[in-house]
Design a protein around this ligand. Structure first.
Ligand code: 6PG
Length: 474
């Protein structure tokens, strides 16, 4: 009997996805470039379900029913192209290659075209939820040919996380749409994590609390508006005692953040679309600054500035919570505005309410407040900005005094809060009917005759700055 679906790439994410699928009673073919890994997989999990293991790619392909459905779960970049190249001559017209890794969406667009030229169907599928999600129920963001999606829909719906009876999976859009949405998911993950880190910094260095005490605060925050996976695990990470030293584990972890590129892609894409994406972009920059550890060490003794007082000041705690919440709303408003712009640009017809729906469970940014985002887009599918629906307008209105106090305090004390403060600047910029870009236009016209528009007349104008100073219509 042939397997209904195959998984190639049996590192932890691939292995766990294969196990998740098999646990729903679906026969799964498994393959890995190094056969020893496949053997290890079979030894560890072979008894869990109906697995067929193959050593060669050919046997793997032959063990699948047609049209074949093959999930590729290998490192993003060249390895994906390598697997596609190997599979292509062995496959038949209409077979489906499913890239479930964190591929960059332009690669997905290219691979889709290449596969189509070879008579194959290609799907770029975002999968979020880490190891545990892959095994027990991820959030899945499938992109590509809708007819190909119909072939795997039942399996995907059966393995995805479920919230209120709805599986966290939906066909996102054609071509690169699935990987695009996963990219923005990761960007928002960066912003969420940065905001949490800034709150932790303030609670530690301004309020003067130790890690377990800060952990308790996050635990409490997780019972309110901020209820989310990342807030929940922040409480757990801060509560952890290091076995070697007896100190809080976070206090012995080096303060340099790693990154694998998805946050940077999100920021670059926003710059190219011309969409302000301050929260996510500042989060990427903050990781970059954190990585300059030896430079920071040298600068610490040289550059002047206040040292945080660490005076216990509990009244700030609620202000910090509100600042975190308001900044989070801004980060999501920006990320959703980016997806909307990309959808228009690429003709993807993304349903933003559905994106919020499939992020409610399984993924890293799962959070209670995604229900509110979903409601916002259900009511107003063409919403320009999430800040404009009453729920979020009011949430930020209620938070903004506290948000400003936190930013003033942090600035006075010399604690960097790039995501908190850039989010507030975005908010203040967005709610302003007239900003200072009139001067920018004046300057551009002065040095480069780039022209400007007038508030009181149609058309474009240029002032002959270097000549007689008169204005001409451009
Ligand atoms: C997920 C995560 C996952 C991974 C990130 C981490 O949704 O399950 O986003 O994709 O944890 O790629 O990214 P960095 O290593 O860049 O922080």
């Amino acid at each position: 009997e042939k397997s209904r679906i195959g998984v190639t790439g049996l590192a932890v994410m691939g292995a766990n996805l294969a196990r998740n699928i098999a646990s729903r009673g679906v026969p799964v073919a498994v393959h890995n470039r190094t056969y020893a890994k496949t053997e290890q997989f079979m030894a560890d999990y072979g008894a869990e379900g109906d697995f067929t293991a193959s050593e060669s790619v050919k046997d793997f392909v032959d063990s699948l029913e047609t049209p074949r459905k093959i999930i590729v779960m290998v490192k993003a970049g060249k390895p994906v192209d390598g697997v596609i190249e190997e599979l292509t001559p062995l496959l038949d017209e209409g077979d489906i290659i499913i890239d479930a890794g964190n591929s960059h969406f332009p690669d997905t667009v290219r691979r889709t075209a290449e596969c189509e030229a070879n008579g194959l169907r290609f799907m770029g599928v975002g999968v979020s939820g880490g190891e545990e999600g892959a095994l027990l129920g991820p959030s899945i963001m499938p992109g590509g040919d809708p007819a190909a999606y119909e072939e795997v829909r039942e399996i995907f719906e059966s393995i995805a996380a479920v919230v209120d009876g709805t599986p966290c999976v939906t066909h996102v859009g054609p071509g690169g749409a699935g990987h695009y949405v996963k990219m923005v998911h990761n960007g928002i993950e960066y912003a969420d994590i940065q905001l949490i880190a800034e709150a932790y910094d303030l609670l530690t260095n301004v309020v003067g609390l130790d890690a377990p005490a800060v952990g308790k605060i996050f635990e409490e925050w997780n019972t309110g508006d901020l209820d989310s996976f990342l807030i929940e695990i922040t409480g757990k990470v801060l509560a952890k005692t290091d076995a070697r030293t007896g100190r809080p584990l976070v206090d012995v972890i080096v303060d340099q953040a790693g990154q694998k590129g998805t946050g940077t892609w999100t920021a670059i894409d926003a710059l190219q679309l011309g969409i302000p994406l301050t929260g996510i972009t500042e989060a990427v920059f903050a990781r970059g600054l954190s990585a300059l550890r030896s430079e920071r060490k040298a600068a610490a003794g040289v550059l002047a500035g206040p040292t945080p007082s660490k005076e216990v000041d509990e009244s700030l705690v609620e202000d910090i919570r509100l600042a975190l919440y308001a900044s989070k709303v801004v980060a999501y408003a920006q990320g959703f505005a980016q997806m909307r712009a990309a959808s228009v640009e690429n003709g993807w017809d993304l349903k933003l309410g559905e994106m919020a729906t499939i992020w409610r469970g399984g993924c890293i940014i799962r959070a209670r407040f995604l229900n509110r985002i979903r409601e916002a887009y259900d009511e107003h599918p063409d919403l320009d900005n999430l800040l404009m629906v009453p729920y979020f307008t009011e949430a930020v209105a209620n938070a903004q005094d506290a948000w400003r106090r936190v930013i003033v305090k942090a600035t006075e004390q010399g604690v960097p809060i790039p995501a908190f403060s850039s989010s507030l600047s975005y908010y203040d910029g967005y709610r302003r009917e007239r900003g200072p870009a009139n001067l920018i236009q004046g300057l551009r016209d002065f040095f480069g005759a780039h022209t400007y528009k007038r508030i009181d007349a149609e058309g474009s104008f240029h002032t002959r700055w270097a000549q007689d100073g008169t204005e001409v219509e451009a």
